[in-house]
Each structure stands twice: as structure tokens, then as C-alpha cells.
Write a protein that binds this ligand. Structure first.
Ligand SMILES: [Zn+2]
Length: 212
């Protein structure tokens, strides 16, 4: 499975497109596009690679990961898939924008499909396994591609850091336990593609991450 990363909006969110090179099926994760220019980057990428976007998934519903969600729903006729424990955040995106003092129009959203532990999303011949790792937000999920050997970790695990837990519904103890039980038990060579900043590996974080 191929992985492309885009960095969008004033929070520098990593938006990912994963796709299968044979079937050209693709998934977009955490669409953070905030303006026409950023939306065009995604549209051009999809078009120039002849991709068919078949899934829209959010790792969680913080506003920086959600700016582009309404556009993707409308333009590509997709449903928002996320864990339902973050619906309280999806339904309060306007409040989140106010909290950060953002002078932009956002709309509240509804999670159409609940993703939970054990669920699988197929892209071409590969599977993405859903792992629930709450604590940054109650509904935070990680997508695991065992065949290609990577995870999309959202704001759960970063290069040398972990997600903050001081936002509504956050829980630091739960976050650390989830990372230790569900992520650090993966193969050390597993690549970690986080929601912000550069990629890393499970093995590297096991040794060097000061929070773990
Ligand atoms: Zn977040």
C-alpha cells in the first residue's frame, strides 16, 4: 500500500492518502484542508494518480483534523467514519473553532459509521485494522496495516512524544496504557505515521520516547 502525506492548515496537520497501486482504490485520513489551495492539492493528487477515493476516516474529531471533512463528503460522496465516542467533538466543531479563536466558518458534523476495535477496512488487497487507543480523545483510533507494516497514529503517538490529554475527554493514564498495550506490542520495524510531525518507528519510540 502506498502512503502519501500532506501537511495542512495553521496546525500543521498530517493528512494521509493511502492507496493500492493496482486497483487504484484510496482512503483519505484526517483531511485538514482549510482553503481552496489546500483542497486543490488533494483533488489534483487524486486525479493525477487516477485514484478512486472509497473511504473517509478520521482518527479523531479535533478541529485541526476535520477542516476538510465536509468538502470530502460532498465532492467524493463519502461517509465520515470515526469512533462514535468522538461524536461529542464532531457535534461541537463550531465551539472548538471559538475555543482556538479561529475566524473561519466550520460546520458541526455527524459520524456516519462507527469504527471500533477489530473492524477492518480493505483497500485493494490490503487490510487496515482499527485499534481503539483513547486518552487523547475518547474516540481516538489508530489504523494498522500489517502487510505493509505501518500505523497511522493520529494524535496518539508522535516522534518522541504522545498526544496531549488536557482537552475535553482526555485521560493521560488511559493513553499511556493504550500505547503500551496496543502499539508497543507491534513489530519494532512498524513505521509510525503521526498526525503531526515526522514519521518514526515503534522500535525507536520504545527506546527513545520520554513519555513511555
Ligand atoms: Zn487531536
Amino acid at each position: 500500500m502506498k502512503v502519501s502525506r500532506f501537511s495542512f492548515n495553521m496546525f500543521g496537520v498530517n493528512t494521509y492518502i493511502l492507496w493500492d497501486d493496482i486497483s487504484k482504490e484510496a482512503i483519505i485520513i484526517d483531511p485538514g484542508m482549510i482553503n481552496d489551495n489546500e483542497r486543490k492539492i488533494i483533488d489534483n493528487f487524486i486525479e493525477s494518480n487516477n485514484l478512486t477515493l472509497t473511504h473517509l476516516v478520521n482518527t479523531h474529531m479535533h478541529i485541526d483534523h476535520s477542516f476538510g471533512v465536509p468538502y470530502i463528503i460532498q465532492k467524493y460522496n463519502l461517509q465520515l467514519k470515526c469512533n462514535e465516542n468522538d461524536q461529542f467533538l464532531a457535534g461541537r466543531l463550531k465551539d472548538q473553532a471559538d475555543m482556538f479563536g479561529l475566524p473561519i466558518a466550520v460546520e458541526d458534523l455527524t459520524i456516519a459509521v462507527n469504527l471500533k476495535d477489530g473492524d477492518i477496512i480493505s483497500i485493494g488487497s490490503e487490510d487496515l485494522h482499527i485499534l481503539q487507543v483513547p486518552g487523547h480523545s475518547p474516540g481516538s483510533i489508530v489504523l494498522y496495516a500489517p502487510k505493509s507494516g505501518f500505523i497511522i497514529s493520529g494524535d496518539v503517538l508522535f516522534f518522541s512524544s504522545v498526544g496531549r490529554s488536557d482537552l475535553p475527554g482526555g485521560n493521560h493514564t488511559q493513553l499511556i496504557k493504550g500505547i503500551q498495550d496496543k502499539l508497543l506490542t507491534l513489530d519494532p520495524d512498524t513505521i509510525v505515521y503521526p498526525g503531526h510531525g515526522p514519521e518514526t518507528t515503534i522500535g525507536q519510540e520504545k527506546v527513545n520516547n520520554p513519555y513511555l
